[in-house]
Design a protein around this ligand. Structure first.
Ligand code: G3I
Length: 484
């Protein structure tokens, strides 16, 4: 584990160079302890990833390993995106084609590419009814349950520390009006299979955010959306370790952009989970819908970022719908311009704990087995007092027995920041083991976290995020935030 800023978490090189130039230009006028007025570079971002990062978000894409050698493909990937999701390479049929025989070659290729280009990785997907290898399809009952637990453990352990968020369970609810679980071999092992998968993933990689991911959950009024909401509500109330909900958002004339999309995102967020747009594509790349999705994500503080499901139209699983941001030749489409403009004009509201706008119906708690492992708790965010040297820090803590992940949002006051240092105080016996998007000074007691090259500049009123993982008990609040 590294205690310094992990180089694999950096944004694309082109962006780092641009930011370094901005900082170098300002260096001659820097005075420690003073807040300088910097030009608001947010409006100048020219790539999706850089612009999203200025909003404290990421912009990602699904990636196919065999396309990395395609120069047009990898040029766009490296330039535009700072999060990748292996499109098929981490699925069960790819990673465990025979029972107990794990195969990580293609997925490792994507992870290595991401790390060497400053991108983070969303893992997709540990447990899913589809794309199971033949040997899994022929299992049932306890044998299948144990195979699932072993699969989740092995794969999450192999990628431990390298995954920003895992789609732990994918598409477990039925379409239509039933609000029921989808029938599948996994579901037939018992209704608790989802929470078992989440607890298993947490034990294997406590640093990864753990997501439930599904499609047709965009419309707040749909039975499927409400059913997933009730499951997340139940998981949070019982301490099942869930950190995020992924909205695939494959939008088309049959599943149009719903006007209540923002309500859906904010209602889930109010349950105490992050929300992420995980597989966005839109039939004929409707610019208005793309813009709306971006604007809605930016309006919800816990919307971490957006992933499109492929780069060029020709890369799409629905290529005939031309649903992506680049055409088959790799040219930017009108929807690209709409997305970039929406990102550049966005704002990042402070974390919210507002109640859902519409109360979701409640259901009886499942009659499944009690949790077998201790549950993590997520503390409500705490904020440093305002007015301290130009910035504030807000901690969101995900704590479980023996460990924690802290996400810290640094917000500039009425003047722009050209650098910042956040200090936290760790209880005796606790230690920082891994840091991203900041440089840690020390690992125990009073620990300082200073911006890295690409996130020191924060426009007035805007925010950036960094995080760290540790053993023991995490900090409940930020001690100080100092602006430079
Ligand atoms: O690699 C083989 C190739 O060797 C073979 O000749 C060819 C013949 O059909 O198949 C190739 O595999 C295909 C694979 O994509 C790689 O291209 C599979 O048939 C095909 O089924 C598979 O489709 C993937 C689909 O998931 C499977 O369910 C898509 O690429 C992928 O984009 C799609 O992604 C899913 C998400 O995981 C979950 N949400 C929905 C989303 C869209 O369906």
């Amino acid at each position: 584990m590294k205690t310094a800023s992990a180089p694999d978490r950096r944004p694309p090189r082109s962006w780092r160079n641009r930011r370094t130039a901005v900082l170098a230009g300002a260096a001659g006028t820097l005075v420690a302890g003073l807040v300088l007025t910097m030009p608001n570079t947010a409006s100048a971002a020219t790539t999706l990833g850089a612009s999203a990062a200025e909003q404290g978000r990421y912009f990602g894409t699904a990636v196919a390993a065999y396309k990395l050698s395609d120069n047009t493909y990898s040029t766009i990937l490296n330039r535009e995106f700072n999060m990748v999701t292996p499109e098929n390479e981490m699925k069960w049929d790819a990673t465990e084609p025979s029972q107990g025989q794990f195969s990580y070659g293609s997925a490792d290729q994507i992870v290595n590419h991401a790390q060497s280009h400053g991108m983070r990785v969303r893992g997709h997907a540990l447990a899913w009814h589809s794309q199971q290898p033949g040997w899994v399809q022929s299992l049932s009952g306890t044998a299948l349950r144990n195979a699932m637990i072993n699969h989740v453990t092995q794969v999450a352990t192999h990628y431990k520390g390298k995954i920003y968020a895992w789609d732990v369970v994918n598409e477990a609810f039925a379409d239509g009006s039933s609000g029921a679980r989808r029938d599948s071999n996994l579901q037939r092992t018992g209704n608790d299979w989802i929470e078992v998968a989440f607890r298993t993933a947490r034990a294997a990689d406590p640093g990864a955010k753990l997501c439930y991911n599904d499609y047709n959950t965009d419309d707040w009024n749909q039975a499927k959306t409400q059913a997933v909401y009730r499951m997340v509500q139940d998981f949070k109330s019982r301490g099942v370790p869930i950190d995020c909900v992924g909205f695939q958002s494959h939008l088309n004339s049959g599943s149009p952009y719903p006007s209540n999309y923002r309500t859906t995102l904010s209602s889930f967020a109010a349950l105490g989970v992050d929300v992420q747009i995980t597989e966005l594509d839109i039939e004929q790349a409707n610019s208005t819908w793309y813009r709306n999705v971006v604007t809605d994500c930016l309006a919800v503080a816990r919307c971490n970022g957006i992933t499109v499901w492929g780069i060029r139209d020709s890369d799409s699983w629905r290529a005939s719908q031309n649903p992506l941001l680049f055409d088959g030749n790799g040219n930017k489409k009108a929807a690209y311009d709409a997305v970039l403009a929406a990102l550049n004009s966005g704002s990042t509201p402070p974390p919210t704990t507002a109640a859902p706008t519409t109360a979701a119906p409640t259901t009886a708690a499942p009659t499944t087995a009690a949790p077998t492992t201790a549950a993590p708790t997520t503390a409500p965010p705490t904020t440093t007092p305002p007015g301290n040297a130009g910035c504030t820090g807000t901690v969101t803590l995900n704590q479980w027995p023996g460990g924690f992940v802290a996400t810290v949002r640094v917000t500039a006051g009425s003047s722009a920041l050209s650098g910042w240092t956040v200090t936290v105080s760790l209880p005796s016996g606790s230690a920082v083991t891994n840091t991203w998007n900041a440089q840690a000074s020390g690992s125990s007691g009073s620990v300082g976290f200073t911006n890295v090259s690409y996130n020191g500049s924060v426009a007035a009123g805007q925010s950036t995020e960094f995080g760290f993982q540790g053993t023991g008990t995490g900090p409940g609040s930020v001690q100080s935030c100092t602006a430079r």
